[in-house]
Design a protein. Structure first.
Length: 573
């Protein structure tokens, strides 16, 4: 049962255990709610002369029932709500851990707004369902089964009259489940689309204002909200109608019990108290049925959220074994990779990048240079061929063991909404303050950081929004200096730098790369003429490999790029 709950609601093992215990206590609570009436009927039966009744025992019975009800209800409340909130935290941690294990390629297929919505809103929806609906749903089914058996044993005909509408109501609720899920899924997808659209409006507010698109985008947002409202109304109707209809049918239980009970009473088959007991049972089951149909509707409502969480938690992870790396030569043989699994961006290449050398990757835009660096860093896994580090297959190395030996600086710099100091220290969490400051100086950060309001303690905004492009790039370079890894991957690091800072950083890099395996991409051809090896790529393949002088004769692509760079460098506006 616990495994069923875990899989059905995308829970952790602890969450499934908590839900199971909450269901058990919910069932016991339902039973204890009926105990006072049973005892009252027993007392009335004695007082009317239909049987023996001891007042002292009766009073003791009421006291014991009160104690039992208090203990059970208190335990049910704490188990349900405490375990629910603990599970919310555990589930978010499990999702975060699942995301951490995903290859970067997975995020090409997932919208980041959608992922954040899953961690927050979807988990919140499941949290509410776990605390208000799911235990009620299963506890009710168990309660109906137990009470139904008791009613049928006591008086089959009268028991059938009470249970028939209840069972029919449950059946119709389940029958409408697919319809409810379709309605809620449509609304769920609309909500996701809205979140993405509004996030885009926020991210692009500067462009919207500068291109005078405010009114246009306002109209688009208004239409989107109105469409969402229409879908929401349709969804609510799609859930309300089945709930209302099945709930109305359950009220027939009381009518059937009255009709059947009256006839049995007239024939002398049962007495008045027996009749009253079944009427009370019918009324109690009707109340429970109302709660059941509402719980059933909420369970249908969260089905899309459960599916979305499962897609993250159960997504394939990057696998690998713990591996100790002592050498850092990189080699590839017949390596192939495609983002869409159709057209190869890297198409059967073979290369070597030796330790204590600098390898430059050049070629026209879209030829696969940046993709190759991402394969080397295992941000993506290659589809075919072999790639090795220290002679070990890259895809078999545990990512943590690889990442600690790799420093990456790419064109797209990602920074946290924290201080300058903390963003640099990401490169090495146990670094001393002096080491952080030294790395910042080597990356050319120190001068502009000292001009910030709180210096290194200045909060830089989401993704460094309060800094210029060049300043963000220098912070990312400072991280690499601080980490001082054996494999260094640099992708157009000078693209956002002015000439003075580029020269300063180049000098620092020359000190950093000693005895390292360095792979660098640069469109500034002059800066790579002296490297140990230049790999020329074109159309996902390697056209030529060698030093600058040899490539001028051997590679038409390289020669064309040099000529284009010289013309661009000589151009005057």
């Amino acid at each position: 049962m616990k495994e069923y709950l875990r899989k059905t609601y995308a829970l952790t093992e602890r969450g499934a255990d908590g839900l199971w215990r909450a269901t058990v206590y919910g069932f016991l609570k339902n039973i204890t709610y009926m105990l006072p009436m049973f005892l009252l009927m027993y007392a009335t039966n004695g007082l009317l002369g239909f049987g023996d009744f001891n007042g002292a025992y009766g009073a003791l019975g009421f006291a014991l029932i009160g104690v039992v009800m208090f203990l059970v209800i208190n335990k049910e409340y704490h188990t349900t709500f405490n375990e629910t909130y603990k599970e919310s935290a555990n589930l978010r941690m499990e999702i975060a851990e699942g995301i951490r294990q995903l290859p970067l390629s997975s995020f090409n297929k997932k919208d980041l707004t959608d992922v954040s919505q899953t961690m927050m809103k979807d988990v919140e929806a499941i949290e509410h369902a776990l605390s208000h609906s799911v235990p009620t749903y299963y506890a009710y089914l168990a309660t109906v089964a137990v009470i139904g058996i008791m009613l049928l044993i006591g008086q089959p005909l009268l028991g059938l009259a009470v249970l028939a509408p209840i069972v029919l109501s449950i059946f119709l609720a389940h029958l409408s489940q697919k319809m409810q899920k379709r309605a809620t899924k449509k609304y769920y997808l609309r909500q996701r689309k809205s979140s993405k659209a509004f996030q885009e409006l926020i991210d692009l507010h500067e462009e919207i204002q500068s291109y005078h698109l405010s009114e246009t985008k306002k109209s688009e947002a208004t239409r989107l909200v109105r469409r969402n409202e229409a879908v929401h109304i349709h969804t609510e109707l799609g859930q309300a109608l089945p709930v209302t209809f099945s709930g109305a049918i359950s009220f027939l239980s009381l009518g059937f019990a009255m009709v059947a009970g009256t006839r049995l009473l007239q024939s002398g088959t049962i007495n008045v108290l027996y009749f009253a007991g079944y009427v009370f049972a019918a009324a109690r089951l009707i109340d429970a049925t109302t709660a059941f149909t509402m719980a059933h509707a909420e369970i249908a409502y969260i089905s899309s959220s459960v599916d979305k969480i499962k897609s993250l938690v159960d997504a394939p992870e990057q696998t690998g074994s713990p591996t100790a790396l002592t050498g850092f030569d990189i080699a590839g043989e017949d390596v192939c990779f495609a983002y869409d699994k159709k057209k190869n961006v890297i198409d059967g290449i073979a290369f070597e990048a030796k330790q204590n050398t600098v390898t430059a990757l050049v070629g026209p835009s879209g030829c696969g240079k940046s993709t190759l660096l991402r394969l080397v860093s295992r941000l993506y896994d290659y589809d075919a061929g072999h790639m090795t580090v220290d002679g070990k297959e890259l895809s078999s190395i545990q990512t943590e063991d690889l990442f600690k030996h790799v420093s990456m600086v790419f064109q797209d710099v990602l920074l946290f909404n924290g201080s300058v100091f903390d963003n640099i220290r990401i490169g090495k969490y146990d670094a001393t303050e002096e080491e952080v400051y030294e790395a910042a100086k080597r990356a050319g950060c120190d001068d502009f950081v000292k001009q910030l309001p709180q210096g290194y303690d200045t909060i830089i905004g989401e993704n460094g929004s309060r800094l210029s492009g060049g300043q963000r790039q220098r912070i990312s370079i400072a991280r690499a200096f601080l980490k001082d890894a054996e494999i260094i991957l640099l992708d157009e690091i000078a693209a956002s730098l002015d000439v003075e800072n580029e020269k300063y950083i180049q000098e620092s890099l020359n000190r950093l790369i000693k005895n390292k395996t360095v792979m660098i991409i640069s469109h500034r051809m002059k800066s790579i003429e002296g490297v140990d090896q230049i790999i020329v790529m074109n159309g996902g393949k390697i056209e030529a490999c060698g030093r600058h002088e040899a490539l001028l004769d051997e590679s038409p692509t390289y020669r064309t790029m040099i000529e284009s760079f010289e013309r661009s460098d000589a151009y005057v506006y």
